[in-house]
Design a protein around this ligand. Structure first.
Ligand SMILES: [Zn+2]
Length: 103
C-alpha cells in the first residue's frame, strides 16, 4: 500500500477543499481545490463513493439506485460498504501515523 497526501502543485499547501458533483446516472465526481490559493488540484471520478455517517439513502442516491432495485439487497450492500470503509479508513490512518503524516 502506498499513501500520499494531496498537495497543491502551485503553493505546496496540504490544505484542500473537496467539491462534490453529483449528476444522475453518471459517476460522482470530486474536484479538489487548494484552500490556500484556490488552484485546481485534481479531479476524481468515483465508482464507489462512501460518506461516513450519511446513511443508506445518501449512499443509494450517489450510486443512482432506483426503485427497481431490491431494498434488502441495497441495504445489505450498504452495510458491507460501511464496514469496509471504516476498516480501510482505520488502516489508512494507522499507516499515516506510522509515516508521521497524520497532522
Ligand atoms: Zn495552492
Amino acid at each position: 500500500m502506498e499513501l500520499h497526501r494531496q498537495q497543491c502543485q502551485k503553493c505546496n499547501s496540504y490544505n484542500m477543499r473537496n467539491l462534490l458533483v453529483r449528476v444522475p446516472s453518471k459517476p460522482q465526481a470530486v474536484f479538489v481545490r487548494c484552500a490556500e490559493c484556490n488552484e485546481f488540484v485534481a479531479r476524481y471520478k468515483l465508482s464507489d463513493y462512501y460518506h461516513h455517517g450519511k446513511g443508506a439513502e445518501s449512499y443509494m442516491r450517489s450510486h443512482g439506485s432506483g426503485a427497481a432495485d431490491s431494498g434488502r439487497r441495497i441495504l445489505k450492500e450498504f452495510s458491507k460498504v460501511v464496514g469496509d470503509a471504516e476498516k480501510e479508513f482505520a488502516e489508512v490512518m494507522e499507516q499515516f501515523k506510522k509515516e508521521g503524516k497524520a497532522e
